[in-house]
Ligand binder design. Sequence first.
Ligand code: 4IP
Ligand code: ZN
Length: 157
Amino acid sequence: EEIILQTFMVKRSQNKKLFTPVNFKGRWVVLKRRALAYYDSDGERRRERGRIATDSIHTVEQAQLAELSKQIPDGVAENSQYKYPFQVGYTEQNTDYTLYLIVGDHSERLHWIHTIRSLCVCNTRRPRYHPGAWSARRWACCDGERRSAPGCQIATI
Ligand code: 4IP
Ligand code: ZN
């Protein structure tokens, strides 16, 4: 399938398992019509680390991740360049997940957001989202204490 966009980004761990750490990894991210996938490098021997079906995506928005430069360890993609996060919310087997991806400039962030949305026009997009991340048992944006609390911000049409 044709590659629509691909670039190096920093990603936050999705924490699908309950007791895994929040951390940040440099990943090669590839967008195709049917899937958004991330790999450990861009070479031929790259290994796939994760894959999201575009038809499972319900949210594509900017994100605010507090103190990003402190959280991204040195050596992960010369950390300080990566300041512009966005989020991809999706549902897999009745469970909601959010993938946070961080790019090096705002126009690149907007380009990715708009391109992913254009592949999801047939999906039911959620009307609300949380700009911040769920961490330490609350939403960083609104202090909500329920993970399933509806978003505190209105999604962009
Ligand atoms: C891992 O941390 C990586 O951040 C994984 O990201 C992440 O999986 C894991 O979370 C997390 O525990 P360690 O490398 O320290 O083990 P990647 O797959 O990019 O390597 P995600 O789901 O973010 O891909 P889990 O709980 O989701 O497995
Ligand atoms: Zn919120």
